[in-house]
Design a protein around this ligand. Structure first.
Ligand SMILES: Cc1ncc(COP(=O)(O)O)c(C=O)c1O
Length: 420
């Protein structure tokens, strides 16, 4: 029998997971024998699930809403797609393996994932220390929304020492340290182990936004983070055809986060869950190719007379504060490049308007190369002096490198740079 009254279709068991993420990415979290032999997971486009008996429905609610403890080996069946659906499980199982996490949960956007984590672990009077720069949307939560709910937030820069962070904490109740590393759009680096030491000494959680490198190149939980989260719209989804978010961490933390997800409805839809599981199968292939292309492009840009500065982790030199931290906590430089053209906004706009192969759009991490202007787009809500202080300039281009032929990409950039 398939579905309710047999419990979960594809229960997650860490013992059953294949050892290597590359293997787990292809097929784990889905058992064809429980889905009429379908090699790929079917998409369960249904809002609600039928219970075999009223007693079964009652029990599912008891377990899902944590009204009663699940018995040994018991997993509640499905109730309603806002709570959970079978299409969540393959993506969650695969991502947990990638991040070397006990569990994972997926959401309908990166912001939904971030907001759900903040709502789960923060209460009025708590202090959050957050690394700046952050993605503009997350920065807005830190400077606007959280303070409105009585949470104290303070920012710190990538070079801040442990002593300075302690001084910034003062007598307040530190509940969370939040960093995005590498940071959007400048590729600035925060030291995960240092942030973890601070969080641990206060009984706080360390949350790392791992969107830019993806778990192919960085696994924050192995360096002391409690939560590693993503805009899964980016590399995890990888094809610019979905919006989603993902959070990984301990079984206990993810259970609490799922509980908030049930309540506020930030759950990914069945089709998003399906697309994400499909995308994770090719995560390494895409990210390695994108990174190879990005490294060649960064070298090309660094030698170009109309480019003032290039930020790509392949260009870090010993002596740069980011170099040693990057080598310690990451496995590769990723495929996000930002660079300043000589001049300002008019020159940057002429360059962007002249691109033909590369698409002028925000977002990142897709198979196609995408370019944007952080100053006036993703980070436009920040004050000019704040942007300048963290290295975002009017002449800066953010470039998400895709999987196209690298020669075609370089020719496109060269042609566009000639117009400024
Ligand atoms: C680093 C980072 N984190 C989070 C987000 C938010 O994710 P989403 O747009 O999927 O809500 C973004 C979006 O660009 C991002 O770049």
């Amino acid at each position: 029998m398939i579905g309710n009254s047999t419990g979960r279709l594809d229960p997650v068991s860490s013992e059953e997971r294949p050892e290597h993420a590359d293997t787990a990415s292809v097929g784990s979290g889905h058992d064809p024998a429980r889905h009429l032999g379908s090699l790929k997971p079917p998409i369960y486009e249904t809002s609600t699930f039928v219970f075999a008996t009223a007693e079964e429905g009652k029990r599912f609610f008891e377990v899902v809403y944590a009204l009663d403890e699940a018995r040994e080996g018991e997993e509640a069946g499905y109730i309603y797609s806002r709570l959970d659906s079978p299409n969540m499980r393959p993506a969650e199982t695969r991502l947990a393996r990638w991040e070397e996490a006990e569990d994972a949960a997926i959401f309908n956007s990166g912001m939904a994932a971030i907001t759900t984590v903040l709502l789960t672990f923060l209460r009025p009077g708590d202090l959050v220390l957050y690394g700046s720069p952050l993605y503009g949307g997350t920065a807005t939560l830190m400077t606007g929304l959280l303070p409105d709910f009585g949470v104290v937030t303070r920012s710190f820069g990538p070079k801040t020492t442990l002593e300075e962070l302690e001084a910034l904490t003062g007598e307040d109740k530190l509940a969370m340290v939040y960093v995005e590393t590498p940071a959007n759009p400048t590729n600035d680096i925060f030291d995960i182990e240092l942030a973890s030491r601070l969080a641990r000494s206060h009984g706080a959680r360390l949350v790392v936004d791992n969107t830019f490198l993806s778990p192919v190149w960085q696994k924050p939980l192995l360096h002391g983070a409690d939560i590693s989260l993503h805009s899964a719209t980016k590399y995890l989804g990888g094809h610019s055809d979905l919006t989603a978010g993902a959070v990984t961490g301990s079984k206990e933390d993810i259970a609490e986060i799922r509980h908030t997800r049930y309540r506020i409805g930030s759950t990914a839809s069945p089709s998003t869950g399906w697309l994400l599981a499909r995308s994770l199968e090719t995560l390494r292939l895409r990210v390695e190719r994108q990174t190879e292309n990005a490294t060649r492009i960064a070298a090309f840009l660094a030698g170009h007379e109309r480019v003032a500065r290039v930020n790509h982790l392949s260009l870090l030199e010993p002596g740069d504060h980011r170099h040693d931290i990057h080598k310690r906590q990451s496995l590769g430089p990723g495929a996000m490049v930002s660079f300043d053209v000589i001049g300002g906004e008019p020159e940057a706009f002429r360059f962007l308007d002249a691109l033909e192969v590369v698409k002028l759009t925000v977002s990142l991490g897709g198979t196609e190369s995408l370019a944007s202007h952080p100053w006036s787009m993703s980070h436009s809500t920040m004050a000019d002096d704040e942007k300048l202080a963290i290295g975002i300039t009017p002449g800066q281009i953010r470039f998400s490198v895709g999987i196209e032929d690298v020669g075609d990409l370089i020719a496109d950039l060269d042609r566009a740079l000639a117009t400024i």
